[in-house]
Design a protein around this ligand. Structure first.
Ligand SMILES: Cc1cc2nc3c(=O)[nH]c(=O)nc-3n(C[C@H](O)[C@H](O)[C@H](O)COP(=O)(O)OP(=O)(O)OC[C@H]3O[C@@H](n4cnc5c(N)ncnc54)[C@H](O)[C@@H]3O)c2cc1C
Ligand code: SF4
Length: 445
């Protein structure tokens, strides 16, 4: 087989490899797990949840078999509670704070219980939310990712009419196009979108892009308020000669193809893969490359394990999936033959006495068919428009917002990856929710 080839594994092997990474709890196991909760007063898990879900409250409802009540408690604070139960790094959020973690290093499985409750409600196709009396106000939301959908849902509940402008053909943002396939199988992202839109009052204009089909000036003129949830569109480059060679790829773009391809046997993957980066995207592409049948997958990161953006849990997942992680090295040369990547040369790195990263001069080479760049994404402000009056102020290269998620431009709010902060689904949902309440207060005052 060629160095880069499709169909390395059989359809059955691929189906097994990309099946749900977590086995959902059944009723009996959910009840046992719920019984482990102390229902702490001032529960630390609740403080650690970015969306402020009443965790002891929903676990108590599960323990009395009130699963619908549990799901409503979760979704009230986090309308993407189903997705977050699958993708949240609970090991550094609620479960890290659980008192059982401190006592016995075995936290209550909050994420699994959250999934048990929300899946129950989705399976029953129940719609527990209703809309308030119509306010007569219309709000434009740009981007149908977690931030945009959370904002749109809350605004609709509060009685406002929402139009979502989404440049892609499907809603869900990175839940649909980015998150690792084994975390979100069975088209879960679209089921969740259907549930959110099922409330009513939210129209999605697919294929409509801010900056191309509609301008910020149009939206500010035609709507009572505007929310921006456009995420990141740019990816950081290695800035190395040879970056355009066949075999050098952007991890996020490849994952998007992987998520949208029905037949994973059609995806071409190399035999020997190198991934550059230390965040969750690096782990996700490395693990998925392995699951597609790559023989040798190595993540190379310029600092140590404690500096990696990926949690310890994610790093372990990579290692148990057969991915090697090489720390303290950075790529210095891409070597190709007839336009095809063949080798990557690395230099070892270390910290000097002032804590600055420096190279040691020692080098090594990895034979490589495919190199995935996973060195971060960035916000591209172009869609906001060139007109000076419409340019929203930036901070750290993203849209600057206050605690209410208001931008510097009157009548415009923003949240999610396009504003400064951690890039997590749960943070985007919370930002969208806060912005919706702020918009509501501003329109009613
Ligand atoms: C590969 C990868 C894996 C990840 N895995 C996890 C994980 O396991 N757990 C976790 O918590 N987080 C994870 N994240 C991060 C998480 O997905 C994001 O933080 C979250 O999706 C941010 O939501 P958002 O709504 O701000 O942006 P997005 O999800 O990016 O949604 C933005 C939406 O806006 C649309 N849009 C963009 N520009 C325009 C425009 N000009 N006009 C109209 N529409 C536009 C886009 O098409 C998109 O639908 C991952 C990210 C990546 C890249
Ligand atoms: S910290 Fe743990 S034990 Fe206490 S309420 Fe939260 S989940 Fe239950």
């Amino acid at each position: 087989m060629d160095a880069i080839a499709a169909g390395r594994l059989t359809a059955a092997e691929l189906e097994r490899n990309f099946s749900d990474i977590h086995v959902p709890l059944d009723r009996k196991r959910a009840l046992i797990e719920a019984s482990r909760c102390y229902f702490c007063f001032d529960a630390p898990c609740l403080q650690a949840c970015p969306t402020g879900i009443d965790i002891p409250g929903f676990i108590r409802k599960i323990s009395t078999d009130n699963v619908k009540g549990a799901a409503v408690t979760i979704l009230n604070e986090n309308i993407m509670g189903g997705a977050c139960a699958r993708v949240c790094p609970v090991e550094v959020l609620c479960e890290a704070a659980c008192v059982r973690e401190a006592q016995e290093e075995k936290p209550v499985q909050i994420g699994a219980l959250q999934r048990y409750a929300t899946d129950w409600l989705f399976d029953k196709k129940l719609q527990p939310f209703t809309r308030a009396e119509p306010s007569g106000k219309r709000i434009a939301v740009v981007g149908a990712g977690p931030a945009g959908l959370a904002c749109a849902h809350r605004l609709s509940m509060l009685g406002h009419d929402v139009t979502v402008y989404e440049s892609r053909p499907k809603a869900g943002g990175l839940n649909e196009y980015g998150v690792a396939a084994y975390k979100m199988p069975d088209d879960f992202a679209q089921h969740e979108v259907d549930f959110i839109l099922g409330l009513g009052g939210i129209e999605v204009e697919y294929g409509k892009r801010l900056g191309r089909d509609v301008s910020l000036a149009d939206l500010r003129r035609d709507y009572d308020a505007v929310f921006l949830g456009v995420g990141h569109e740019g990816v950081n480059a290695l800035d190395m000669e040879g970056e355009t060679m066949t075999g050098v790829m952007d991890a996020v773009a490849y994952i998007e193809r992987l998520r949208q391809t029905k037949d994973k046997r059609s995806l071409e993957i190399g035999r020997r893969i190198v991934v550059i980066g230390g965040g969750n995207t690096a782990i996700d592409i490395a693990v998925q490359a392995k699951k597609l049948g790559a023989e040798d997958v190595t993540i190379v990161y310029r600092r140590g394990p404690d500096h990696m953006g990926a949690t310890r849990h994610e790093q372990e997942l990579a290692q148990t999936s057969g991915v090697g992680i090489k720390h303290w090295a950075r790529p210095v040369r891409l070597v190709g033959h007839k336009g095809q990547l063949k080798e990557v040369e690395f230099e070892y790195t270390q910290l000097d006495e002032n804590g600055r990263l420096m190279t040691t001069g020692d080098r090594f080479t990895l034979l490589t068919d495919m190199l995935f760049k996973a060195i971060g994404q960035n916000f591209v402000p172009d869609p906001l428009g060139k007109d000076h009056a419409e340019v929203v102020e930036l901070a750290d290269g993203r849209i600057r917002v206050n605690a209410e998620h208001q931008t510097s431009l009157p009548g415009v709010w923003a949240a999610g990856d396009c504003v400064p902060g951690e890039d997590l689904t749960v943070i985007a949902v919370q930002g969208g929710k806060i912005a919706a309440h702020s918009i509501d207060r501003s329109l009613r005052s």
